[in-house]
Design a protein around this ligand. Sequence first.
Ligand code: CIR
Length: 259
Amino acid sequence: MLIAITRPVSASLAQCELTHQARLPIDVGRARRQHAAYEQTLRSLGATLIQAPEAPELPDAVFIEDTAIVLDEVAVMARPGAASRRKETGPVASLLSAYRPLHQLEPPATLDGGDVLRMGRTLYVGLSSRTNRLGAAQLGEMLEPMGYAVVGVPVTGCLHLKSAVTQVADGLLLLNPGWVAPATFSDCEFLPVADQEPGAANALYFSGAVIYPAHFPDTAERLVRHGLKVVPVECGELAKAEGGVTCCSLLFEASTLAT
Ligand code: CIR
């Protein structure tokens, strides 16, 4: 079965971390409705949902992708680059421990899950304002013995590697070439985002479909023209907190649901 772990939108979302965007008023009620619709989209595509406990005092807890990297063999608990986000990992570790042996990044390493793009047995790790070289190096030490290659990728202009590039089909990457160099990724085809939509590279490829923000219509049209099944989701309130569609879930396979 496909499991999606999500976490509710916190009452304090408006106090979220911001790196590249100006702070705008956030309607938490609307963010919650959009998040519920996102969860429903995951269910409609076959996911079994598990909700991590609400964390009212942790503004960015909804962006659960940043807390862990879940692979077939293990889960690695991240050490978020923003100190305000480090307390998010504990309850996620408790849930994941029922499904995978856990590894843990140690200080002074920092790494956000949003910086890790898995393509087969290669993990591309964004070197960003959140993920440092030691974070990438520790991940390599843990995972290379399991047959993974870990490749550090400089990221500029955006928050995470997956703000700049995500997978949208087998061997196909959606990317903003101004934020990450296409040549980094070997053996892949590329689709660039529309020029007027620089933030449009974050898509969630899941169950043969592309879950995609409704507020990037021009890039969505490119995806559709390419023959991809695009499932639009309204996520404008979460985008004001610099969140996209990958960041609101941890997705993995499991044989049964742990109780
Ligand atoms: C942060 O700055 O950490 C949050 N406001 C947004 C995190 C988004 N995470 C992601 O795209 N993986």
